[in-house]
Every structure is written in structure tokens, then in C-alpha cells.
Design a protein around this ligand. Structure first.
Ligand SMILES: C[S@@+](CC[C@H](N)C(=O)[O-])C[C@H]1O[C@@H](n2cnc3c(N)ncnc32)[C@H](O)[C@@H]1O
Length: 284
């Protein structure tokens, strides 16, 4: 294994690498994490900002899953240098990275199907999903209100969107934001899987208030069947609250959306789940 770590894996090594992470983590999570920290210090692919795993671990903006990392996944970034490039190719080929790219497509398809007049996009990050939606549907009669906590994410997204007047940004923490608006579609991906169950329910309750009668709320959350959890947690230091479809439906009920016809879908990799809630058309 040490040779593979030093040189970086070829595609034929991927099953062995996954097996190594999954087995060692399952066997003794604490011991494996400690052992891996020693490996990390020796390998640029796990400690350099130029690599996917190193960047995620270093958290240059103070949290995992920042706009820079998510956009690297969207853009299929591969860092320079043979070893980093091989490890980045590994990271990008994993179902978790594929799922992130798939959720962008999921958003674009959802928007195209519904063409909602107004959308609330909570925790918009790089907003590449919004950018690509308008690139595909330049005449779409849709405005998107992006609510995002990180001012640097907002500036990055604005630079991508180049002054698209149909997209507005508000810098707010969803935990303290006062719910307002009545949107036919409320969307949030890559946020709720950072929340404990208690915070999930609290924020969901708030977002339910923003859905127009007959409208839909969609929340993304990584599945508890994510096969890359060990690599993410040990290799990338990226921890999420993974959840099952049943758990998502239970949390929806706890938030008061039991009669909003909870449905859980997923993207083709089966890693990113989407909880759909439909607000009854009549007043509740
Ligand atoms: C993993 S990214 C997801 C970005 C985007 N939704 C996507 O799927 O491409 C998570 C984003 O949530 C934002 N965020 C985290 N906590 C937040 C909070 N309490 N309120 C608003 N935004 C938050 C972060 O700043 C980050 O940009």
C-alpha cells in the first residue's frame, strides 16, 4: 500500500484503496484516524491546498465543503504534479464526488421542469448550479434569491454570474435569518447534512414558512449508505450527518410537514438524497 500512497493510485487500484479505507475505519475508527494523520504529513496529496483532499482537510475558509472545494468537484479539478493528480483523479471518480456533480444536474432539471417564478436557494455556495441553469435556459422567467452565510462564497458566485440581474444574494446565517417570502420552490443542497437532527428540524420549520401554497421544498442530504464515508472522514476530514430516507421523512414530520407528502429521491449515484415536501395548495 505504501507504494500506492507514494505514487498515487491508478484506476485499477481504486477498489483496493476503498477497501483499505473502509475496512480500517470500520475496524477501529480512532486508531485508523491517528495512523492516517502520520501518512497525511508525508503526502502532499493529503496536505497540500493544491489537492482535493489536502484542501478539504486544510479548510482555508474555516469549514469543510466551502465554495472552493465544491466548485473543484463541479469542475472536475485535478491538481498539478503526478501524485496529486492521481489522488485527485481517485477522489473525483468516487461516488461521493459524482453525487455532488449530479446534484447540480438535479437542480437544473428540477428548475427546468417547473420554471418557478421565484426560488429561494439556501446556502448557495459557488452557485454554479444557478449559473448553468441560466446558461441552458437564458430566457427563463425565473428569479433566484440566494441566501448564503459566507461573504467570500457570495463574491465568488457573483463573479461567476457576471451581474445576472435575476439572481440576488443576501448574506445571512439561516439560523438567525427571519423567514420571509412565499416561494414556489425552496431549494437547499449541501447544508442540512451539516446539521444535527435538532438543528435540521429547527431550520426546516423556518423554511416551511417560506413555501407558497402549492409550492415545493427540496432538501439535499447525503445518504447513510455513502460508500465513501471513510475516505471523506479520514482522508479529507469532511464529516457530515448521513441520513436514510426513513430518517428524513421522520424529521420532516417532526418539523410539522407530515401532511406535505414527504418523498425522498436520489441522484444516479445513490449518495445524495433529496427530501421533497409539497405544501398543500389550500391554507394549512
Ligand atoms: C457544501 S456548500 C453547498 C453549496 C451549494 N448549495 C451547492 O450544493 O453547490 C455549503 C454552503 O453552505 C453555507 N452555509 C453553511 N452554514 C450556513 C448557514 N448557517 N447559513 C447560511 N449558509 C450556510 C456555506 O457557507 C457553504 O457555502
Amino acid at each position: 500500500m505504501n507504494d500506492v500512497f507514494l505514487a498515487g493510485p491508478e484506476a485499477s487500484d481504486y477498489p483496493r484503496i476503498n477497501d483499505y479505507f473502509n475496512r480500517a475505519y470500520r475496524h477501529d475508527p480512532e486508531a485508523f484516524s491517528l495512523e492516517f494523520e502520520l501518512l497525511r504529513q508525508q503526502h502532499a496529496a493529503f496536505n497540500s491546498l493544491q489537492s482535493i483532499a489536502g484542501y478539504c482537510c486544510a479548510k482555508p475558509y474555516g469549514y469543510a465543503g466551502d465554495f472552493g472545494l465544491i466548485d473543484r468537484l463541479y469542475m472536475h479539478y485535478i491538481g498539478d504534479g503526478d501524485t496529486i493528480a492521481r489522488w485527485d483523479a481517485f477522489a473525483q471518480a468516487q461516488p461521493a464526488a459524482v453525487a455532488v456533480r449530479n446534484r447540480k444536474a438535479y437542480f437544473i432539471n428540477l428548475m427546468a421542469e417547473r420554471m418557478p417564478a421565484r426560488v429561494l436557494n439556501v446556502a448557495s455556495g459557488p452557485a454554479r448550479d444557478v449559473l448553468e441553469f441560466y446558461a441552458k435556459w437564458p430566457q427563463a422567467p425565473v428569479t433566484v434569491d440566494c441566501l448564503e452565510y459566507d461573504g467570500q462564497a457570495i463574491r465568488y458566485a457573483q463573479s461567476l454570474l457576471e451581474g445576472n440581474a435575476r439572481v440576488r444574494f443576501t448574506q445571512q446565517n439561516i439560523l438567525t435569518w427571519k423567514a420571509e417570502g412565499a416561494y414556489p420552490l425552496v431549494w437547499s443542497s449541501g447544508l442540512f447534512d451539516y446539521f444535527s437532527d435538532a438543528v435540521f428540524v429547527r431550520v426546516l420549520r423556518k423554511l416551511l414558512l417560506c413555501v407558497a401554497p402549492g409550492g415545493t421544498l427540496v432538501i439535499g442530504n447525503f445518504s447513510d449508505e455513502n460508500p465513501n464515508r471513510a475516505f471523506m472522514e479520514v482522508g479529507m476530514q469532511w464529516f457530515l450527518h448521513h441520513r436514510s430516507p426513513t430518517r428524513l421523512a421522520v424529521l420532516a414530520r417532526e418539523a410539522g410537514a407530515g401532511d406535505w407528502k414527504p418523498e425522498v429521491h436520489c441522484e444516479p449515484a445513490g449518495v445524495n438524497l433529496f427530501l421533497h415536501l409539497h405544501r398543500p395548495a389550500t391554507a394549512i
